[in-house]
Design a protein around this ligand. Structure first.
Ligand code: SAH
Length: 579
């Protein structure tokens, strides 16, 4: 179980720090190596402004490890220090890996992070927190699976312990038992570990273990009522909502809004079982909700009560790790990476790539995502295998994987989104019904081309693919004709390929019937990629040799104009009539 909701970032300022940075990244799941541009080469993310980058990450709650002097980190973050409960862990590590110094985030696990890094580097962490040094624990930050009910008591509790008080353990928590706390059955203080909803006594810290599971079946009812029903069921059983480990159900209910409302209300994962996992319980006469709850707690757990057929509660003797129990709802994100460089990739797409387990797509597009694709299962296919690719992606998602189907540009423009929906529509499998499907847009080639040369798409425009593989040429011809008659600016995708060269010449000849031979045409090749070229020519110069599969072509309307630039080039734009 990872301790940090947001993956840590290791920051290096020079190439010499990269080896130690890498060593640290390798032991922290999901961590990324950030390096100062021009000073570092082999990093995951390059940045130019150290202060701004660090402060932005800090504000987002990202655990930060700087391979640099502690003072640099302190001075950079000082203006932001206000609430120690909110601070993410911040550590300084010496360039040669000889010192690991936790600086901030004492209440958010900085010492654990320091220990983990120090172990990887073979050194002792410079832990300075008294309670941690003396007893080996931080009361405010229990390990995953436990939640402190009265954190406001923790400080005075620790002061009493440091002053010599002893403590009685009431309940079961191995991490406390194995700590160096002065445990005594007749202790002055008490630590109680319980899933019961109780009002803590004075001199008592209460931890709620994540031992309670909610089993559900899908309901058609009002979501607020469903959440209220679950709250009431817990209250009737005198169980604390803080002990809820997760919501569990049959996979066929994984798209049910009621289940997701309960998951959000309690801030826990929703996890699912397939029919075979629940068979045993169902054959004994348990309801699907009860069966899911029992499957989650395992043989040593037990059902608490079942007042509604839709909700069942079970309790386990040990905390449950919901991330390893059952499977998540499958997720299929159809994403567009933009035409090339990562500066044209949306933050949403980067986030999806980060959390995906599997990437599906044409090899060239998977290569385009660079370091964001590291550590993911890649399912490469050839360019023309859209249907097979869509089926693979849907099947993987139905298994509970988090799948990203990668297209260049925008996924809805001559790309995978339509293929997925076509397959979903025409060859539906029941298990595909439960997948969480999302389309994340990207910058399309025509937008990148337009931006590179001015505003050729400034007035009404359309896009036409010149590929006659999936549609007959007669339709393409007709569309070009009507677009020309309608005086649209036209973006031609797939203008030529090795096997298809005559289409572009025909398209030009059709256009010349309606357009002046000198109409501006933009040829944009390899946008956002090495070897990018963008140039303006006249329509009568447009020949198939001027384009290839990596070119998008924008043909102006009768209104499209050019402006000479000081540097010898031209701007191309289509006026809307502002002036
Ligand atoms: N989904 C993509 C289009 C895929 S169709 C998008 O929205 O951009 C493939 C065609 O897109 C290519 O033949 C070319 O016409 C255009 N294209 C895609 N990427 C390009 C790039 N980086 N530079 C120029 N044209 C590109």
């Amino acid at each position: 179980m990872s301790l940090w909701k947001i993956a840590p970032v290791v920051v290096v300022l020079g190439e010499k720090s990269v080896p130690v940075g890498r060593q640290i990244v390798n032991v922290l799941p999901g961590a990324k190596l950030y390096g100062l541009a021009n000073r570092t080469l082999d990093v995951d993310v390059s940045f130019t402004n150290f202060g701004e980058t660090l402060r932005e990450l800090f504000v987002c709650g990202t655990p930060l490890i700087g391979i640099c002097a502690a003072g640099i980190l302190i001075r950079t973050l000082a203006p932001l220090l206000s609430d120690k409960r909110q601070e993410p862990p911040v550590l300084a590590v010496a360039e040669n890996g000889s010192a690991v110094v936790p600086l901030l985030g004492g209440l958010n696990g900085v010492n654990d992070l320091a220990r983990c890094i120090a172990e990887a580097l073979g050194v002792k962490p410079a832990i300075t927190t008294t309670g941690d040094v003396r007893f080996g624990i931080v009361l405010e930050t229990p390990p995953p699976g436990y939640c402190l009910a009265n954190p406001e008591q923790a400080k005075s509790f620790m002061s009493d312990l440091l002053a010599g008080a002893t403590v009685r353990l009431d309940g079961n928590a191995p991490w406390l038992g194995s700590s160096a706390l002065p445990i005594d059955p007749n202790g002055d203080l008490t630590i109680q570990i319980t899933e019961r909803e109780i009002t803590p006594e004075p001199n008592c810290l209460v931890y709620h273990p994540a031992t309670v599971v909610i089993g559900m079946s899908g309901t058609d009812g009002d979501q607020d009522e469903t959440v209220a029903l679950v709250r009431q069921t817990l209250a009737d059983a005198e169980l604390s909502p803080a002990s809820v480990a997760g919501v569990f159900a049959m996979i066929t209910a994984s798209a049910n809004p009621g289940i997701h409302a309960v998951k959000s209300a309690f801030g826990v994962p929703a996890r699912f079982f397939c029919a075979t996992d629940l068979e045993e319980f169902l054959s004994e006469g348990y309801t699907p909700a009860q069966a899911a709850a029992l499957a989650a707690v395992g043989t040593s757990g037990q059902l608490i009560l079942d007042q509604s057929s839709h909700v069942a509660i079970a309790i386990s003797p040990q905390p449950i790790d919901p991330n390893t129990t059952g499977q998540p709802r499958g997720r299929l994100a159809i994403i567009g990476t933009g035409p090339g460089g990562s500066q044209w990739m949306s933050p949403e797409v980067k986030e999806i790539l980060n959390s995906a387990t599997d990437l599906v797509g044409y090899k060239t597009y998977l290569d385009l995502v660079g370091h964001l694709g590291k550590g993911k299962q890649r399912h490469e296919s050839d360019n023309r295998e859209e249907v097979a690719r869509a089926m693979i992606a849907l099947d993987l998602a139905a298994e509970g994987r988090s799948v990203a189907v990668v297209s260049s540009g925008d996924p809805g423009i001559y790309a995978m989104a339509a293929a997925i929906f076509e397959v979903l529509d025409r060859c539906a499998k029941p298990e595909w019904n439960y997948i969480d499907i999302q389309v994340a847009p990207g910058i399309s080639a025509m937008q990148a081309a337009a931006a590179a040369i001015g505003a050729p798409l400034g007035h009404d425009f359309c896009a036409i693919s010149l590929s006659d593989i999936l549609k007959p040429w007669s339709i393409i011809e007709q569309r070009i004709t009507t677009a020309a008659q309608g005086d649209f600016v036209i973006a031609f995708y797939n203008p030529v390929s090795k096997e298809r060269t005559w289409q572009l010449a025909q398209a030009r000849d059709i256009l010349l019937r309606w357009r002046d031979p000198k109409t501006p045409v933009v040829l944009a090749r390899n946008l956002g990629r090495p070897g990018q070229t963008v140039q303006a020519i006249a329509l009568d110069q447009l020949v198939p040799e001027a384009a290839d599969m990596r070119t998008v072509i924008l043909v102006g309307s009768t209104q499209t104009r050019t402006i000479q630039r000081g540097d010898g080039g031209v701007w191309v734009y289509t006026p809307r009539g502002y002036s």
